[in-house]
Write a protein that binds this ligand. Structure first.
Ligand code: F6R
Length: 606
């Protein structure tokens, strides 16, 4: 998704902005641009393609000035091109924008009738034109910005400069934006990793906040012009956490970080001796009244929700309904005030998941977010939040976010089970012991990386893959297939193994590898029968199991044996070989693993 960075201080802005922009590249984008103010003039440069192309042009000393903005664009309105790249300039006003202006057409037509000339196909361009229009009517700059914001329908994070004044205005509504507080200088960014090397002191802006940076001072007002106060928060993420640390890609680093990430997720929350889970951070309503749990998210986080359904229903005997966030609100879900709505999101900024949370709130449910990013919208606006503590996830393909989400879901089940008197201290102690072993078990799987890389080499030229699993391993294979397709661009489909006979079996021949995830659990025998059906049709099987002695394990094409654990936690262990398999295939194919084509890290538009 689009990225915004801004600087106001006493140092040259250009290098600072370009570096910050590079740190946002992971979000996915197709063009980049920069605007620097210097003594009453604003220089703007934009390029299609990578930030590096822009850097070559602007970082030669010609872009001088100590206040400026930069942007990476992920096309929504208008093709990726130089003319559609941000910043957009109208008169003496320059704007960068994340989000979507839903009523831009209507505004554009109105402004065109007044004689304003548009140079791009974007929705964004109406913003500087509207500001100019209000200034033409006699308003000062700040009021003109406020009035403009009032007219916009949709979402925005904005950075705004004006040619004849040394001023930077930033504003947000339903799109993330933070202010970094440095020593006599300020940064703005749509995501903390952009500026975490500069400061760890942040103000997380809220909807309708407007920040005015001028003469090294910061002023915060709302859309009505009233002064607002926001706390300065210190984030724990360090710069090193947002760097590759010797790995070829962020994704690989993040796969290998999972044992540490899960340990961090557990930290301070498991009390083994007492047989308790400590979630002091949330004040759930009376759990006994909960009639239904909803679990709603997108993509990988949705797969974690599907796992949650198994975990909660099997142990708590409370019905769980999972839903894809982009579908949820449109079917007017029948939510009651006694329901618990859990939204799961790495970024905490996924537009559809935020909308789902709002729908739940509107209907009176208690909303709980499981989220990785401090200060994000879902972390702030849900009634309760449990942080996954996975550390910054930079690779677009989600890995450690998923396994830490599953870890949180498991702990939440234990926490609720205790409150419901379904689980006693001894049960919980037993489960705690099991989850505490997960980081080590995961480590042993990661040590199998060379053999997984070998297997990836063997299958890298296959054009289609089928992934099959039953029960809790069905969401696991959905996630495994998603990993492969999003980073290698190879077609991969996942099915519940029992569905194979109802259609996908027609695809099976010696050319299509079939990835089975089948540990020795309650569905094992049934999945083994499915494997028999595949081998009978000359299908090649890649099997992930915890049972190396089974007859089937000796007959498959490729075998990965993972340690065993309890049913609820097995997806974490099965996931690691699937992640590595996808990674190595993509790496062999030479795709842009960390920023796969067309994808964005944080999907802030619906
Ligand atoms: C896939 C992936 C996406 C995200 C989805 C939701 O690897 O990363 O499918 O899981 O866009 O994002 P969050 O979790 O930030 O809400």
């Amino acid at each position: 998704m689009c990225g915004i960075v801004g600087y106001e201080g006493n140092r040259e802005a250009c290098d600072i902005l370009i570096e910050a922009l590079k740190r946002l590249e992971y979000r996915g984008y197709d063009s980049a641009g920069i605007a620097i103010w210097d003594n009453g003039a604003i220089k703007v440069e934009r390029r299609k393609g990578k930030v590096e192309e822009l850097r070559k042009i602007v970082c030669d000393g010609t872009f001088r000035g100590q206040i400026g903005l930069a942007h990476t664009r992920w096309a929504t309105h208008g093709v990726p091109s130089e003319r559609n790249a941000h910043p957009h300039k109208a008169g003496n006003v320059v704007v960068v924008h994340n989000g979507i202006i839903e009523n831009y057409m209507e505004l554009k037509n109105r402004l065109k009738e007044k004689g304003q000339e548009f140079l791009s196909d974007t929705d964004t361009e109406v913003i500087p034109h509207l500001i100019i229009d209000h200034m033409n009517d006699g308003m000062n700059f700040i009021d003109a910005v406020r009035m403009t914001l009032k007219e916009l329908k949709g979402s925005y994070a904005l950075g705004i400069l004006k040619e004849d004044e040394r001023i930077l205005i930033a504003a947000r509504k339903e799109s993330p934006l933070i202010v970094g507080i440095g020593d006599g200088e300020y940064f703005i960014a749509s995501d903390a990793p952009a500026i975490i090397n500069r400061t760890n002191k942040f103000i997380f802006l809220e909807d309708n906040d407007i920040v005015i940076l001028q003469n090294n001072t910061l002023k915060l007002i709302n859309i009505d012009g009233e002064t607002v106060e926001r706390a300065i928060q210190r984030v724990q993420w360090t710069d090193a956490m947002a760097e590759k640390g010797g790995y070829k890609h962020f994704m690989l680093k993040e796969i290998f970080e999972q044992p540490r990430a899960i340990s961090d997720t557990l930290l301070g929350r498991i009390k083994e001796e007492e047989g308790e889970i400590n979630f002091d951070e949330i004040a759930l309503p009376d759990i006994r009244k909960i009639q239904k749990i909803w679990m709603v998210a997108c993509g990988t986080s949705y797969h974690a929700c599907m796992i949650g359904k198994h975990v909660f229903e099997a142990n708590l005997r409370i019905p769980v309904e999972t839903d894809i966030a982009s579908e949820f609100r449109y079917r007017d879900p029948i939510i009651s005030e006694d329901d618990l709505l859990i939204v799961v999101s790495q970024s905490g900024e996924t537009a559809d998941t935020i909308a789902a949370m709002k729908e739940g709130k509107r209907k009176g449910a208690f909303t709980l977010s499981i989220c990785n990013v401090l200060g994000s919208t879902l972390a702030r606006d849900a009634d309760g939040v449990i942080f996954t503590h996975a550390g910054p996830e930079i690779g677009v393909a989600s890995t450690k976010a998923f396994t830490t989400q599953v870890s949180v879901i498991f702990m939440l089940m234990l926490f609720m089970g205790k409150k419901l008197d379904i689980l006693n201290n001894q049960d919980i102690r037993k489960h705690i012991l099991e989850i505490k072993r997960i980081p080590h078990k995961l480590q042993t799987i990661l040590e199998m990386a060379p053999s997984i890389e070998e297997a990836a080499r063997k299958y890298m030229s296959c054009k289609d893959f089928l992934y099959l699993g039953r029960g809790i391993q069905f969401p696991t294979v959905l996630e495994g297939a998603l990993k492969l397709k999003e980073i290698s661009y190879i077609h991969a489909e996942a099915y519940a193994a029992g569905e194979m006979k109802h259609g996908p079996i027609a695809l099976i021949d010696e050319n299509m590898p079939i990835v089975f995830v089948s540990p020795n659990d309650q569905t094992y025998k049934k999945t083994c029968s499915n494997m028999e059906e595949v081998t009978a049709r000359r299908g090649r099987i890649i099997l992930i199991t915890d049972d190396k002695n089974h007859e089937m394990s000796k007959r498959v094409d490729t075998l990965f044996v993972v340690p065993d654990t309890i049913y609820e936690l097995q997806p974490i262990l099965s996931m690691a070989p699937l992640q590595l398999f996808a990674y190595y295939i993509a790496n062999f194919l030479g795709t842009d693993v960390d920023q796969p084509r067309n994808l964005a890290k944080s999907v802030t538009v619906e």
